[in-house]
Design a protein around this ligand. Structure first.
Ligand SMILES: *Cc1c(COP(=O)(O)O)cnc(C)c1O
Length: 426
């Protein structure tokens, strides 16, 4: 099977050698580093094959059995397969698999539930949320009156008193629950209570949590929320793209909001790539991988917590319940960008991010976000995460020490021990 995959790349090499060289360079880069970008993962070859298939040729505006194009009978089956698998995996009444991305899914959810000019309320980006939930700079944000909420200064946890107070004051039509840099579990039921009190729709933005929820390792908002928006390429680890789950009663309004409301023709090959992803996410192997992901994050967070006095790095929100954690770098005399460059030198990729009540002066920030999803997909187990934790903590305890190259060698060894696409020869 990998051989045929290689042959297809041979054709790319023949017709466009310079692009082929760039893909080869990117594969080498991915193989050589340890990806701790919390939103990234490594898609299975089967997903890449579906994504790169002949399905890309087909136009299919509309929905199964209600298309604006002829010849969609096979595409209908593929989209229905993806829809059925999504409903089954998450226990949802309805699924729309057309959103191009998580941001498009949020834009469509807003279009479904709010009118231009309505107040909407999302989780502030600089507190751990995502701008597509409220920010006027994003595709839908400019149509609405965006408001945002944050976390409690002392605990770093979602501040439900504040969320309720803002909701009572601005009367949002839609409240989003779910973040990008929030390491703790999200009690969706608290959001439901506030939505019921103020008469708002609840959209659970599970872009990051989808894999944990699918594996049954985080409370599911599917029955509580009016809709859930998600990405398929983060913890689900598959096709790049978005998705919306909703109550069956919202099926029509959600579908109309996606197409024609906020998108054009669907990326037909991504129906297939999403369907394969969902198929793989229903397996025991997937649950086992999510378990390694979660234990890995806890192991790393524990190592950092134990070394706090030496590194002067603090865990944002005191730790993690998820696949990611964030470090406050300010007391270590580092910006998030600087801390990230230290990791980068070791071949460890992450994100520099603004953290709640960040003490750095913008555009600097004091947050380093690290996640374990891609490493778990690569095969990391507890001992490997512990080895990596030791390397990272040592790096921050002794930044100028002669150990630097030795540390770099240890991360290289981990990268070699867990090869990416070992059968893919480019
Ligand atoms: C990643 C993310 C998005 C956006 O997804 P894209 O596919 O990058 O557009 C939306 N909301 C949250 C909470 C996210 O983490």
């Amino acid at each position: 099977m990998p051989a045929s995959y290689t042959r297809r790349m041979d054709e790319l090499e023949r017709v466009d050698p310079s692009l082929f060289q760039l893909i080869r360079a990117e594969l080498a880069r991915e193989r050589g580093v340890l990806d701790m970008v919390a939103s990234e993962n490594i898609a299975p070859i089967a997903v890449l094959e579906a994504q790169g298939s002949i399905l890309t040729n087909k136009y299919a505006d509309g929905y199964p059995e209600a298309r604006l194009y002829d010849g969609c009978e096979v595409i209908d089956e593929i989209e229905l397969l993806a829809i059925d698998r999504a409903k089954e995996l998450f226990g949802a009444g309805h699924a729309n698999v057309q959103p191009y991305s998580g941001t498009s899914a949020n834009a469509a959810a807003l279009r479904a539930f709010a009118q231009p000019g309505d107040a909407i309320l999302g989780f502030a980006f600089d507190q751990g949320g995502h701008p597509s939930q409220y920010d006027s700079a994003t595709p839908a944000g400019h149509l609405y009156e965006g408001h945002s909420y944050g976390v409690d200064r002392a605990t770093g946890l979602l501040d439900f008193e504040q969320i309720r107070e803002i909701a009572l004051r601005v009367r949002p039509r839609v409240i989003f629950a779910g973040g990008s840099c929030y390491p703790r579990a999200i009690p969706f039921v608290r959001f439901r209570e506030i939505c019921d009190e103020v008469g708002a729709y609840l959209v659970a933005d599970i872009a990051h949590l989808a894999g944990l929820i699918a594996a049954g390792r985080h409370e599911s908002p599917v029955e509580l929320a009016d809709a859930c928006t998600l990405t398929v390429h983060k913890t689900l680890g598959g096709a790049r793209g978005g998705m919306i789950l909703s109550r069956a009663m919202h099926a029509e309004v959600i579908d109309a909001a996606v197409f024609p409301g906020s998108q054009g023709g669907p990326i037909t090959a991504s129906f297939a790539a999403k369907a394969v992803t969902l198929h793989l996410c229903a397996t025991p192997e997937f649950k086992e991988r999510i378990d390694r992901t979660l234990t890995g994050a806890r192991i790393l967070a524990h190592h950092f917590a134990a070394a706090e006095r030496d590194t002067r790095l603090h865990l944002v929100a005191g730790g993690t319940d998820t696949h990611l954690f964030a470090l406050d770098t300010f007391d270590a005399g580092l910006t998030g960008q600087h801390a990230l460059s230290w990791c980068h030198f070791l071949g460890v990729m992450g994100n520099a991010m603004t953290i709640p009540f960040d003490r750095a002066t913008p555009p600097d920030c004091s947050g380093l976000r690290l996640g374990t999803a891609a490493l778990a997909t690569r095969g990391f187990r507890d001992a490997d995460f512990a080895e990596l934790a030791d390397v990272l903590v040592t790096r921050f305890i002794d930044p100028s020490g002669p150990t630097l190259l030795a540390l770099r060698e240890r991360t290289r060894e981990l990268a070699r021990r867990f090869p990416i696409y070992p059968d893919l020869v480019l």
